[in-house]
Design a protein around this ligand. Sequence first.
Ligand code: GDP
Length: 700
Amino acid sequence: LMHLTRKLIEIRTMLLSIDQSDSLKLPSIVVIGSQSSGKSSVLEAIVGHEFLPKGNNMVTRRPIELTLIHTPANEGGEEYGEFPALGLGKITDFSNIQRVLTDLNLAVPASEAVSNEPIDLRIYSPRVPDLTLIDLPGYIQISSMDQPESLKDKIAGLCERYIREPNIILAVCAADVDLANSPALRASRKVDPLGLRTIGVITKMDLVPPEQGATILSGNRYPLHLGYVGVVCKPPGKQPKKESTAMVATRAELEYFSGNREHFGSGQLMVGTDTLRRRLMEVLESSMASSLHGITNAVQLELEEAQYQFKVQYNDRRISAESYVAEIVDTLKGRVRECAAQFRRPAVRARLKALLDERALGILEQLYWSDRRAPELSQLAADGRVRPEDVEPYWRYKLEAAASLLTKSGVGRDATLLVADGLRGLIEAIATGEPFTHHPRTAERLVQFAHGILRERVGITSDQVENCIKPYKYEVEVEPREWEAGRAEAVELYERELEMCEGKLKEIRKRIGGSRRLNSLVSYVHSLEEKERERKQRRLAAPDGEPPEPTADLNGDDYRYPPAQILDARHAMLYGERLNILKLRLSALKSKRCKGGPENDVLCPEAFLEVVTDKLAYTSAMFINIELLEHFFYQFPREIDSRLLYDLDRREIIEFARENPEIRRHLDLQERKDKLEEVMKQLNSLATLRPDVQPNARRQ
Ligand code: GDP
């Protein structure tokens, strides 16, 4: 029989970890009583050790789920306590248990005073029976100054929750207080009027005359089906130092009841802690046994539901936190590989080329297009008779200036940063996408790793690139084949630019309402500009001190056109000018002269600059690949391996996996199903322990 209770206590603990719903609860003994009724003394007498918090101020602030586990003396009979939730290991010194409990209680904020969250404490000892007891805060009569007014209700509410079915109520009352005034009995009567599951414990029997004590225990006035047990848990007078309190208490109790044998020795009354212990075992065991049938059915129902849900929702697919983590690492590495593919050398070169082309266009605009003599150069190319060496040195200097502007524009740094930014962007995109949306801290770390590697490499890489393009700053040798390629690229570049300008002009024309209107706007703007020029000249010629004429608003002081349209007209004029020059240059680039080869570089600066940008892009891409990309794509996956997930311990892995709500639900259901299956197995095995108990009766 002992074995059954122990098994059921195990099952009860498992059920508690599945959920807190009442349908899945096996009974426990709930200890209630008013403050100072001797509740702690009784519990300590049962355990045989002093281990509960002491003090005047109410010290039990959280329920204590006390599980007693009998360790047979012939199997070593170890005696220790354990707080499973705290991971403190075996505590053999009971005063340490007392300290931990005190700390846990004091950790409840004073403003709350009482917390609903139970403390799980297990005590292993050869002197205890297999029992589960729940110690609750004592009822208080009056709220003191420093206790909130609502405290009384709060405690009462907490006790009420625990004394529900199927729990057994241990109502602790002091013999020297009228039972009519016992809050414990009053509370129990509300939920268990016949006392079918209430045991009365009358403490401090030594404080009332024995005949009065015996009358109380007979239970005639307030009958309880399970009866009353009388105890003496506190030794009268001083305790000798070398004896433990519990031992002294036991002896005092023994002395008291045997000294008053004429009142208590009839065998009708239950007295003494030993009797109480035995009574509790019997009551718990029979209560558990009678709950067994119901609980088995409830577990079976829950299990079927969980199995069904698991099948329907997850098709019986099992997962683990570890497999999830491994999957994430795989996904992540896959993404990084995809990302590496986007950073192959030709792709990088094309991006750098685009950057440099942009820059070359800027230089051409600055040095050539805005030069009034630009048409001359185009004419020279079209002419075809001029030999390159006869061209004015002016144009040679220009070309050298252009090449120098391009090669000395900080290509090393800009090209490296362009690629680094691209990498950063990609990693950020990975980190902000699924499944990392559920793992913000991990995403953050990913980005940090990427930044860390880039920080380390960017400086080195840009120096290296700058170093390797250095020769081009002094001289660029051009092969005929390179020249032809450069020329073709320049033509393409200009054609694109041309198209862009035409597109913009078209947009403006459409906005303004046709080309005729645009033309009249443009001539109006011309006339405005003309007027402004004259005015400026006059002002310059005027003698000092004469007040200047008020200047008319260039944007149309006569409001003939809205300012936005005037602005459009100005832009149209600029695009028009650019179109002209682009067309001129295009025809030059397509001329025989330009096609003639690299010796015509002065006449075709565009082709020459294209060759330069090609060379710069090629060299930069090569060294960025070696110095930055190869390092990055080597190191980043290793960071993921070594620092992101594989250094997590089991608890952290579970925590990580559970950050994903989908995985959390899956794990929860799977765990619930597993636990229910295990409980069901245990319940079924009980049937072999006790043939009178048939857990599966419902299924017939
Ligand atoms: P709790 O507040 O209900 O936990 O009560 P305690 O167990 O702390 O006991 C309250 C007081 O009653 C303490 O001073 C105990 O020493 C005393 N006490 C407890 N049991 C007995 C008993 O059987 N006889 C006597 N004389 N005093 C007791």
